[in-house]
Design a protein around this ligand. Sequence first.
Ligand SMILES: Cc1cc2nc3c(=O)[nH]c(=O)nc-3n(C[C@H](O)[C@H](O)[C@H](O)COP(=O)(O)OP(=O)(O)OC[C@H]3O[C@@H](n4cnc5c(N)ncnc54)[C@H](O)[C@@H]3O)c2cc1C
Length: 311
Amino acid sequence: MSRWSVLGGGVAGLCVATLLTEQGETPEVILSDETPASHWAGGMLAPFCEGESAPEQVVELGQRAAEWWSQRVDGVAQQGTLVVAAPRDGAELTRFARMTREHQWRDPALLEPELAGRFARGLFFPGEAHLNPRDALQQLRATLEARGVPFHTGKPRGTLIDCRAIHAAARQPDLRAVRGEMLILQCDELHFSRPIRLLHPRFPCYLVPRADGHFMLGATMVESDDASAISARAMMELLSAAWTIHPALAEARIVESGTGRRPAYSHNVPEVRYRDGVFSLNGMYRHGFLLAPAMAQQLMQRLSQEVTHAN
Ligand SMILES: Cc1cc2nc3c(=O)[nH]c(=O)nc-3n(C[C@H](O)[C@H](O)[C@H](O)COP(=O)(O)OP(=O)(O)OC[C@H]3O[C@@H](n4cnc5c(N)ncnc54)[C@H](O)[C@@H]3O)c2cc1C
């Protein structure tokens, strides 16, 4: 019988299960019948850019993410992040530079030749990375299954580790949802090799390259528990911002759209908790791929403390 039951097969649950197996445990992963977990993420591992709005703790913990993922899945692109702004929004770029670190001022066209003539200057964050979140989770799951970890929708049999994200809100009332709308575009004309973030006073956006001419375009940040389809307004604003990055995107095909609910605590930083015999890892907010590895490690320490305490 599995000693640990991980509830939820999103990035938090799979990182926890992965670390458990690396410690010689064979947890079970309990899935829900809903749409695939962590499905809408951009897959950016961008601790320094996130430092613009996130606390230093996020920047610190996030710096381990690229290495953690590279050691466990294929396809982690260590190409950095490029941040640009339209000439009229140059002040935004200067402000972003002041709020962040580990960047260099660069001519965007030297990094992404297809941006030639579009932006006079850009901020390059060479230490950042990105991955395809769906591929990465599939790979983690395949590795777990190869190690004998059962995935099922039945009753949990071990000590619970709750990674149900927003679905745990009934148990954790301080958890809220932040709606994020996104698109997948296909555009064979562009070949960007790194995420491009466009700063804008009202409609910032980012474009994350995927394989086969696909790009993830995201994302809105709306304080709402509404998981319904992308709004017309969000789609118009995201597409208009994408067009500012490159006019070729006007001819892109919209191959997918989606809405995710980011699980967040009031300070927007994830937490490991333990209450009434149940462990939890939650509040990943907009940093599930960035922070789940480090937070899962914190959970491992908490498990061993509680187990030692109980003996
Ligand atoms: C548009 C968008 C873009 C994003 N981009 C990035 C990014 O670039 N980089 C980054 O690091 N993060 C990004 N994020 C954030 C990231 O996607 C989230 O932080 C992350 O997906 C949260 O993962 P999780 O495992 O906590 O929750 P989830 O992925 O929601 O997984 C929880 C799972 O638990 C399941 N569940 C519910 N009830 C039960 C039950 N009773 N038993 C078992 N399972 C249950 C749910 O169905 C769900 O599948 C983005 C988010 C959005 C919405």
